[in-house]
Design a protein around this ligand. Structure first.
Ligand code: SF4
Length: 245
């Protein structure tokens, strides 16, 4: 019989990748224990708290927060300082959706509290929105190390929590701060420029896409188009209020 030569290091590398995927799917930790140079034992850590799916039945934001705040579905649970659920009125008309917590948010457990958050507050003031009319959260509830972009696998694992937040709040308008929220909710890979061209809908809720405040801090030239988007938001909101009052 022909023998197939496989390098030991390649075999271990492939096996590690496979177990990492299994960990993401099952939330169970697998790890290697070296017995000697030629033998590898795989242990399944069943002692670890298994994350359950009861959160899907949550009836309020508080209940949802309590059920998911110990989430260990992705590796960001190992590096976060605080879980960042979201903040605002449970009956808010407008829901702003960012991408992921940054360093200040990770420290304080609240979204948009750093410089980007201060800018967002100024935007709310400029378009005369009161905080109680608004709910703010991110797609990812835990900070990616060094503020790197969220990875697709992390977003896929975390976004069901956002869907549930939207289901509970039932906002009249969604605003995606940055392209990632809109791309994930609309299942598209369109660029931010393209996404800004029109008002979209997610489950019959109008969705407006604009720049992330952190991007505005990096490039102040984007403040003008953001202002245009916010005027569009203000007028859509007035239109919806008028119909409902
Ligand atoms: S980022 Fe989301 S999926 Fe990952 S651990 Fe945090 S809450 Fe869970």
């Amino acid at each position: 019989m022909d023998s197939i030569k496989i390098k030991y290091s390649e075999l271990i590398s492939d096996l590690k990748k496979f177990l990492k995927q299994q960990n993401e799917i099952t939330n169970v930790d697998f790890y290697f224990s070296k017995i000697n140079t030629n033998e590898v034992k795989i242990k399944n850590n069943t002692q670890k708290k298994i994350f359950n799916e009861n959160w899907k039945n949550a009836k309020s934001l508080n209940e949802l927060n309590t059920l998911i705040c110990d989430c260990i579905k992705c590796s960001l649970s190992k590096t976060r300082k605080k879980f960042v659920f979201g903040v605002g009125n449970e009956n808010a008309d407008i829901m702003f959706i960012g991408e992921a917590p940054g360093a200040d948010e990770d420290e304080q457990g609240e979204p948009f509290v750093g410089r980007a958050g201060q800018l967002l507050n100024k935007i709310f003031e400029a378009i005369q929105f009161k905080r109680e009319e608004i709910y703010i959260c991110n797609i990812l509830k835990c900070r990616p190390p060094n503020n790197r972009d969220p990875q697709l696998s992390e977003v896929e694992l975390c976004i069901p929590y956002l869907w549930k937040q939207i289901e509970i709040i039932k906002p009249k308008i969604l605003v995606s701060l940055g392209r990632i929220g809109a791309q994930m909710l609309l299942n598209t890979s369109d660029s931010l420029t393209k996404l800004r061209e029109k008002i979209h809908t997610y489950k019959d809720i109008p969705l407006i896409v604009t720049y992330h405040p952190a991007a505005l801090l990096r490039n102040p030239n984007w403040k003008i188009p953001t202002w245009e988007d916010m005027k569009k938001l203000r007028s859509l909101y007035s239109e919806i209020k008028l119909k409902n009052d």
